[in-house]
Design a protein around this ligand. Structure first.
Ligand code: FAD
Length: 429
């Protein structure tokens, strides 16, 4: 088949799902285009480590174009998709351009959501992109800088209060990492404040943290976080977020750094297709992961919902997106071979993992669970294994080993935006 005549697979989104489709189509004889609004694939599970000054951005992200430099069947494009003309088999781009397709895969992920309070976002940023992570790192490090120069006790304590909203894996991981930053890494570096007195407050609306894990693992994580000095407030929904702090469970708390780790909303793919979606905007896909009524449009990963986990909804995690991507690649290959029969997607859950600081983690493999130090090693090895490329695996392993042994972090850099705290103390104090 000539290149021009080859079946054109257009993949929107170079995240976990999109990359799995491209990898699964290797040698299939299709012409593949990947379009993404960013030039890099991002390993989101370690994003909180960039936000808390543990890892550098280049250790957890890779240019998509570079990943596929040897795949001549793949063209990588930078572009923002804003709509789909399904009848005309065209995808519409923000800059007015358009891309045709024979098969379309929507793997555009999700973003954090504020339960109808989008006005909270500037005060309580979430973690989804590299920009989010470096902005959060800046906020955290700047808060210590402000506190160092603050003469008023009340203001200083607000600068040294870090609130994390949401007790899922991301909230737990952020809280543990900020606690270690304040209590282990920074104390020797400041002269006017004791960073060990910083308050790290984790607020969860539900009855326990890590609700996706077993009750005993969740209790273990709760106790481990408290040992690190994290205050945990359960059953306390946040009802207000401002530049001065939060109100949770009816109580006000002054805090200059609020981080959002509660709730996600799917990309607007459902609106592009006018397709039925769940409350979080995820398209309710058919059994073979196609959009309802559109057999040549597949929707996968965080932007889709399907009850393919023994009847339960498939979780919004990386392995699920990868499995769906692999399934779509097999379906397209079979169709190219002339077989259009429907094969339902089935999800296999390998386990749930969350880390608590640099010495403990919880792992739920279903029949077997791990906690503590052993779990932390399994968590670390698993994450290193899933990183792309030998250089990144070595770099991350070395960074972790260094922090583990010395407690010091090399990525405590305040970049972008305003860097200096307003002068409040007299020079000489
Ligand atoms: C902070 C954080 C921690 C996480 N931790 C874990 C974890 O420990 N373990 C785990 O398994 N999962 C974890 N997840 C979830 C996991 O990262 C997601 O489930 C997974 O990334 C979903 O893959 P995806 O392909 O659907 O979307 P993504 O990987 O998010 O990829 C979507 C891609 O689409 C692109 N895109 C979006 N909109 C457009 C557009 N309009 N035009 C062009 N391109 C677009 C984006 O730039 C992105 O590259 C975490 C997520 C976050 C945010």
């Amino acid at each position: 088949m000539t290149r021009a005549a080859a079946h054109h697979v257009l993949i929107v989104g170079g995240g976990f799902g999109g990359l799995a489709v491209a990898q699964g189509l290797k040698g299939a004889g299709a012409r593949i285009t990947i379009v993404d609004q960013r030039n890099h694939h991002l390993f989101q599970p370690l994003l909180y480590q960039v936000g808390t000054a543990t890892l550098a951005t280049s250790e957890i992200a890779w240019p998509i174009r570079q990943l596929f430099r040897r795949r001549k069947d793949i063209t990588t494009l930078l572009g923002v998709v804003v709509g789909i003309d399904a009848a005309g088999r065209r995808v519409l781009l923000e800059d007015g351009g358009e891309l045709g397709y024979d098969s379309l895969v929507l793997a555009t992920g999700a973003r954090h959501a504020y339960f109808g309070h989008d006005e909270w976002e500037p005060h309580a940023p979430g973690l989804k992109t590299l920009e989010d992570a470096t902005a959060i790192r800046r906020r955290i490090l700047l808060a210590f800088e402000h506190a160092e120069r603050e003469s008023d006790d009340t203001s200083r304590s607000a600068w040294l209060t870090f609130v994390i909203v949401g007790g899922g894996a991301t909230g737990v991981e952020l809280a543990g990492a900020i606690a270690e930053l304040a209590h282990v890494t920074l104390p020797d570096e400041f002269r006017h404040i004791d960073t060990r007195r910083a308050r790290i407050v984790l607020i969860e609306a539900g009855e326990r943290i890590l609700p996706g894990f077993t009750a005993d693992l969740s209790a273990y994580a709760h106790a481990a976080l408290e040992r690190l000095g994290v205050e945990i407030h359960l059953g306390a929904p946040v009802s207000e977020c401002t530049g001065q702090g939060v109100v949770y469970g009816g109580r006000p708390l002054a805090a200059k750094v609020i981080l959002w780790a509660a709730g996600v909303r799917a990309s607007p793919a459902a609106a592009w297709l006018a397709a039925p979606a769940d409350g979080a905007g995820r398209i309710k896909v058919a059994e073979d992961l196609t959009a309802p009524g559109s057999p040549d449009i597949f929707v996968i990963g965080d932007t889709a919902t399907i009850g393919a986990w023994h009847g339960k909804p498939v979780p919004g995690i990386a392995p699920a997106a990868k499995q769906q991507g692999a399934h779509v690649a097999v379906t397209i290959r079979r169709r190219l071979a002339g077989d259009r029969s429907m094969r339902p997607f089935r999800y296999h859950h390998d386990g749930s993992l969350a880390t608590i600081g640099r010495r403990a983690a919880v792992i739920d493999f279903g029949r077997i669970t791990f906690r503590g130090y052993v779990a932390w090693w399994i968590w670390g090895l698993a994450h290193i294994y899933f990183l792309i490329g030998v250089r990144n695996r070595l770099a991350v392993a070395l960074s972790w080993l260094w922090i583990y042994l010395t407690g010091t972090r090399s990525a405590c850099l305040i970049t972008q935006g305003e860097q200096r705290p307003a002068p409040r103390m007299s020079s000489g104090s």
